[in-house]
Design a binder for this molecule. Structure first.
Ligand code: NAD
Ligand code: UDP
Length: 332
């Protein structure tokens, strides 16, 4: 068992990873400023875990508080989820994004160095691949950022690479997530974005439950089987378990390691709508709207390197993703 600090642990992916870590016998400590979550999320997390979860309210840019937390809580490893994540907003507010995300990561590394804690798993994103040159996308695919959000992820990956060269005893993993969806089967935790959702699945769920009137399908003239965008949707619990596998791997392997976390299978927007309608028994009305700026036709992962190296593979189906997301949507 080890003590694992989750920055951004009250958020969507962090809370699910906390469940997976606790189930594997680790002690989790949540560190979050609640800028995109609420303390009640940690209460629900505690209900799922069946024990209180130590929670520190703080900003990752507060290096002193972070360092004190690492020492006081005897933290062995950190998973860094905290950050702002809306691509469109990052174009409008680049300074906020670089400050929260890049400055936040630097602050965390300083605190970890100060506390002598050198094991870190970082939430990166498939957005670092830009418009794919080939599919499926493997980890050797060239990287290119197309927004300040993506550039933050790339900058942080580059910083991690430099840290690893300077001091090879660091154990660092950059996990490039594809499209996490779904929720814990309890229906107690899930994705609950503030305001109108930017992402497809929370939007679809809110249409199905009657909160929003209809979905806009952004473009049906892409070079894909039905003309709508294809993405690699991965169940958030599979993604959560990928973090466990990465932590385990790092115990044996210092250095920086980069992994795709996806399923290797793409689904179109229309396939996602159909699957959600089947899982919920509710209609999801939609209209076809113009393409969204910056969107690409298809994006899905090669998962072979992760499977071989981490001994991890996503196992949950599209049906599981939609059913769990629907269960959570009805609870909130
Ligand atoms: P989320 O917004 O639900 O969770 C992020 C958490 O970090 C929130 O609880 C927020 O309050 C906290 N936070 C933000 N800035 C902070 C700061 N400066 N100090 C302390 N806490 C702060 O997002 P999520 O979907 O769980 O994403 C987690 C990570 O995964 C992010 O880094 C995101 O960029 C990355 N990621 C997400 C997706 C996705 O589709 N959800 C895809 C790829 C990568
Ligand atoms: N999408 C859509 N309507 C929406 C939101 C998304 O048609 O309201 C499409 C989008 O064009 C893309 C897919 O759904 O093809 C996934 O989009 P999302 O924003 O969830 O993820 P990302 O763009 O980051 O892959």
């Amino acid at each position: 068992m080890s003590n694992v600090l989750l920055t951004g642990g009250a958020g969507y992916i962090g809370s699910h990873t906390a469940v997976a870590l606790a189930a594997a016998g680790h002690r989790v400590v949540v560190y979050d400023n609640f800028s995109n979550s609420e303390p009640a999320a940690v209460q629900r997390l505690a209900q799922v875990v069946g024990a209180p979860v130590v929670t520190i309210e703080g900003d990752v840019r507060d290096t002193a508080l972070l360092q004190r937390t690492l020492l006081e809580q005897k933290i062995d490893a950190v998973i860094h989820f905290a950050g702002l994540k809306a691509v469109g907003e990052s174009v409008l507010k680049p300074i906020d994004y670089y400050a929260n995300n890049v400055q936040g990561a630097i602050s965390l590394l300083q605190a970890m160095q100060g506390a002598g804690c050198k094991t870190l798993v970082f939430s990166s994103s498939a957005t670092v691949y830009g418009d794919p040159h080939y599919l499926p996308i493997d980890e050797a695919h060239p990287t290119r950022a197309t927004s300040p959000y993506g550039r933050c992820k790339l900058h942080i990956e580059e910083i991690l690479a430099d840290v690893s060269v300077a001091d090879p005893s660091w154990r660092l993993a950059a996990l490039r997530y594809f499209n996490p969806v779904g929720a814990h089967p309890s229906g107690l935790i899930g994705e609950n974005p503030n305001g109108i959702p930017n992402n497809l699945m929370p939007f679809v769920a809110q249409v199905a439950v009657g909160k929003l009137p209809q979905l806009n399908v952004f473009g049906n003239d892409y070079d894909t089987p039905d003309g709508t965008g294809v993405r690699d949707y991965i169940h958030v619990m599979d993604l959560a378990e990928g973090h466990l596998a990465a932590l385990k791997f790092l115990m044996q392997h210092p250095g920086l390691h980069t992994f795709n976390l996806g399923t290797g299978r793409g689904y179109s927007v229309l396939e996602m709508i159909k699957a959600f309608e089947a899982a919920s028994g509710k209609p999801v009305p939609y209209t076809v709207a113009p393409r969204r700026a910056g969107d690409i036709a298809s994006c899905y992962a090669s998962v072979e390197f992760s499977a071989q190296t981490l001994n991890w593979r996503a196992t949950r189906s599209l049906k599981d993703m939609c059913e769990s997301s629907w269960k959570f949507q009805q609870n909130i």
